[in-house]
Each structure stands twice: as structure tokens, then as C-alpha cells.
Write a protein that binds this ligand. Structure first.
Ligand SMILES: [Zn+2]
Length: 175
């Protein structure tokens, strides 16, 4: 008989996988996190990394009410594995910001963010994967801590747009 209690090591592994946030891409809340068995506990009666995921209490309740399907949860789990190893929290925040701006843009245009040149290194992973394009702005410089800094521009690429539409839409990502 296996205890319902989730072992501490497994909890840490699941938290690391999820970046200490809810695994639902449109939520990513950090409060009231819980460990969910993707298959019902009464069926599986074991704690396995592959079959578990971190969800916030709100999303957990939505899964229980079947507003979020098990299939979606499996896809979120797969996507976490791709995303948490590849992009930093900074990069994920940038993608979130792009995603929240996307609806305000015409379908054929791509959102643009200004960033201080010194932040360039933080988003290099996105650039290397072709999700964003970074160019030096020809516009006027901004002052940060009294220093004139040339703003750089980070623009979502068509690939980047496809990526965030899939990811935040809970569709499977191609690894
Ligand atoms: Zn959530």
C-alpha cells in the first residue's frame, strides 16, 4: 500500500520542472501550488514523476471540474519539459508580454519591445532559436541611472509568433 503522501524529492523535482509555478501556460500563478496526479490517484495508486504535475489550487479545481482536460494537462507537462530547460524566467516573461500584446496587433504584424542594450544577453536564447530578432534602434537614447543607453529593439519573428500561439494555447510544441 503506497502512501498518498508525495515524497519530498519528487515534490522538488516536479517544482523544478514547473519553475515553481502553475503548469497551465495562461496561468503560471505562484500561489497555492499543489501536486496533481494526471491519472486519478484511485486508479494509479503510485507517485510517478511522469504522471504528476504542479498546478495552482484554482487550475486544479478546473481540472477536477473537467474544464481543463487530461489531454491538455499532458500537453502542458510535455511543454514544460521543453521550455523549462531551454529558456530563462526572463525570456519566458518576455514571451508572456509578447503574447499579451498579440491581440492588439493586426494579424500580419509582429509586436516589438524596447530593451536596454545590457539586457541583450538575457534574451539570447530566444534569438538563437529564431523566436525574436534583435536590432539596434536608430531612435534617441534613453537615460538609465544617468547614463545614455541606446535602446535595442526585440521583435517577435513569425516563428516566435507560432511558438507563443501554440504554447499559450496549450498546443504541443515541436522540440
Ligand atoms: Zn493555475
Amino acid at each position: 500500500m503506497v502512501s498518498r503522501h508525495v515524497p519530498e524529492l519528487l515534490k522538488r523535482q516536479l517544482m523544478t520542472e514547473a519553475g515553481y509555478r502553475c503548469a497551465v501556460p495562461t496561468c503560471r500563478g505562484a500561489a497555492a501550488l499543489e501536486f496533481e496526479h494526471i491519472e486519478e490517484w484511485c486508479k494509479v495508486k503510485e507517485h510517478r514523476f511522469e504522471d504528476m504535475i504542479v498546478l495552482c489550487a484554482t487550475c486544479h479545481a478546473r481540472v477536477t471540474r473537467k474544464e481543463i482536460s487530461k489531454g491538455s494537462i499532458r500537453t502542458y507537462k510535455q511543454n514544460l519539459a521543453i521550455i523549462s530547460g531551454r529558456y530563462s524566467l526572463y525570456e519566458m516573461r518576455a514571451l508572456e508580454l509578447f503574447h499579451s500584446h498579440l491581440s492588439q496587433f493586426a494579424s500580419d504584424s509582429l509586436p516589438l519591445l524596447q530593451l536596454p542594450r545590457t539586457d541583450y544577453l538575457h534574451v539570447k536564447g530566444l534569438e538563437q532559436d529564431g523566436l525574436v530578432k534583435i536590432t539596434q534602434s536608430s531612435g534617441s537614447s534613453v537615460r538609465i541611472n544617468g547614463l545614455a543607453v541606446e535602446p535595442w529593439l526585440m521583435q517577435l519573428t513569425p516563428n516566435g509568433k507560432e511558438f507563443i500561439t501554440s504554447y499559450f494555447g496549450g498546443k504541443e510544441l515541436r522540440s
